[in-house]
Write a protein of this length. Sequence first.
Length: 105
Amino acid sequence: MSSHLSNDIEIEGDLVCASDLIFDGSIKGNITSKGSLTIGQNASVSGDLKAEKATIEGKVVGNGKFTSCRLSPTSVISGAVETISLQMEEGASLEGQCKVGKARA
């Protein structure tokens, strides 16, 4: 089961989803998904993201914490990304700190 919020959605505040989420709207707030999170090509996010698996296609100004993350050619991220696995496609833009892999003690 997944939820899809289309490009005509504008949110001010945090968004929490217990299942997979496809977000293609505009938000000024944090997004947390217990499942996978897709930030669509038309999306604009000003806030932090947290999910097990993330696919970023749109614009994000904020930090992200994921188990795995794929940045598509249309993605633009300004902020820190922390993930165990990162796939960054040609054309993707990431400006900020990036921590990839498992933390070592």
